[in-house]
Design a protein around this ligand. Structure first.
Ligand code: ZN
Length: 168
């Protein structure tokens, strides 16, 4: 690896540490020529196979660009988008495959986006899952409502009273 400052083709590792929960190694390097330090990050390569069959390296910025449009006018910050992209990458890497289909990246976006902003989620899902009618929106919204209700009632029975654990 060339020194990014003086292009010297040699560098010395001065420190290595595991990063991103074990999915990456960061190395601090020093150039013996100019003495400056820089960091390299080593991860397993992750290839996204596009519908055309062409593979390209996974990129968080592509995830962010794909989601940004759905978030227009919504209270979603750049930090939120960066965290979402990180979560998407972690989910995909945790699955352990070296290659994934582009549509699987879309699937991995749905969950964190739903938690981030439900309107953005509906917009993204409507394009990504090719909603064709109002019914598609209705069933997606019904699902969101159902999930919100089940969350709110966690630990409660249908009558709203706390669930009694069965003695068995
Ligand atoms: Zn140098």
């Amino acid at each position: 690896m060339y020194c990014p400052f003086c292009r010297n083709p040699d560098s010395r590792v001065v420190d290595s540490r595991i990063a991103d929960d074990g999915s990456a190694i960061r190395r601090r390097r020093q150039c013996p020529e100019c003495g400056r330090r820089f960091t390299t990050v080593e991860t397993t390569s992750l290839t996204v196979i596009k519908r055309s069959g062409v593979g390209e390296p996974f990129s968080r910025s592509k995830v962010i660009n794909g989601v940004r449009k759905a978030c227009q006018g919504r209270p979603v910050t750049e930090d939120d988008l960066a965290m979402l992209a990180q979560e998407v990458e972690e989910t995909i890497r945790a699955a352990g495959a070296a290659e994934i289909e582009a549509h699987e990246v879309g699937l991995a976006i749905l969950n964190p986006l739903q938690r981030l902003d439900e309107v953005a989620y509906l917009r993204f899902a409507s394009v990504y899952q090719a909603f064709e009618s109002l019914e598609d929106f209705e069933s997606a919204i019904a699902l969101l409502r159902h999930e919100a209700e089940t969350k709110g009632l966690e630990g409660q029975g249908l009558d709203g009273k706390p669930v009694q654990k069965s003695p068995l």
